[in-house]
Write a protein that binds this ligand. Structure first.
Ligand SMILES: C[S@@+](CC[C@H](N)C(=O)[O-])C[C@H]1O[C@@H](n2cnc3c(N)ncnc32)[C@H](O)[C@@H]1O
Length: 234
């Protein structure tokens, strides 16, 4: 039997972006609309990891409604632990996967989770850009790194980029959106991406991963402002 571990009370967390009410309920539709090829990216995750992992215990950090869990849970050789501090997001994951014997769901932040055994792989999809680069991003990445065994892969999907190239990609994203989306909604969301999220440049992301205990990441996926990476625990 695999022992999962305990979650400590959330007392010392810095900023956590909680997804509540309509935002949580409409989440899956939202990502499909706003992230071109999001489901292609997700569907390829098991294929990507199949020859890179011997310990098939996956830690899905910030699993939200469980979209990444959905890709692994039908294969009984995988055991997935999903963790998320947002009650309304993890509740949806519980409703979808709570009865699966190979899925374990935890309400809490990764920084407060103390597993009894290290994981063989982890995902961190669409989480890091909600955190400021004031130590919070590094804290999150370090917390994940500490829970992985040596050489375990981390798959990362995040809004990435700075300055002109970021603006160019954001403009391109606006061209790829469904034409049926109301103009005001598009304008509001694009403004939010520019002003309320905290993407960093690729260079900074690489630096943060190194500082957190990962080797050189490889970018294998990009759809405008969204980039996917694989990095291994050193
Ligand atoms: C945009 S959702 C991503 C959900 C899912 N990974 C996906 O790709 O559909 C971001 C999630 O990160 C969670 N989150 C934020 N801070 C976290 C932390 N410290 N530990 C674990 N999850 C966190 C939020 O509660 C939210 O549900």
């Amino acid at each position: 039997m695999y022992l999962y571990g305990i979650i400590k009370t959330i007392t010392t967390m810095g900023h956590i972006e909680l997804f509540e009410k309509e935002r949580a309920l409409g989440y899956n539709c939202f990502v499909d609309t706003w992230i071109p090829n999001y489901y292609f990216f997700l569907e390829k995750l098991p294929q990507l990891l199949q020859n890179k992992v011997s310990n098939k215990h996956l830690l899905a950090v910030g699993c939200g409604t469980g979209n990444e869990i959905d890709q692994f849970c039908n294969d009984q050789s995988w055991h997935v632990t999903g963790i998320d501090p947002s009650p309304e997001m993890i509740q949806q994951a519980i409703e979808r996967f709570g009865k699966r014997p190979n899925v374990h769901l935890i309400h809490g932040a990764i920084e407060h989770f103390e597993p009894l055994s290290p994981f063989g792989a982890a995902t961190l999809l669409l989480v890091l850009h909600f955190m400021k680069d004031d130590g919070s991003k590094l804290q999150l990445l370090s917390a994940i790194s500490k829970k992985l065994e040596l050489n375990a892969p981390l798959i990362l999907l995040d809004i990435t980029g700075k300055d002109e190239s970021f603006k160019d990609n954001l403009n391109l994203l606006s061209l790829l959106l469904p034409e049926s989306l109301p103009e005001a909604e598009v304008a509001q969301r694009l403004q939010r991406i520019e002003r309320a999220l905290y993407p960093v440049s690729e260079e900074r992301l690489v630096q943060l991963l190194h500082e957190a205990g990962f080797g050189q990441p490889c970018r294998f996926f990009q759809t405008t402002i969204y980039m996917g990476w694989i990095a291994y625990r050193r």
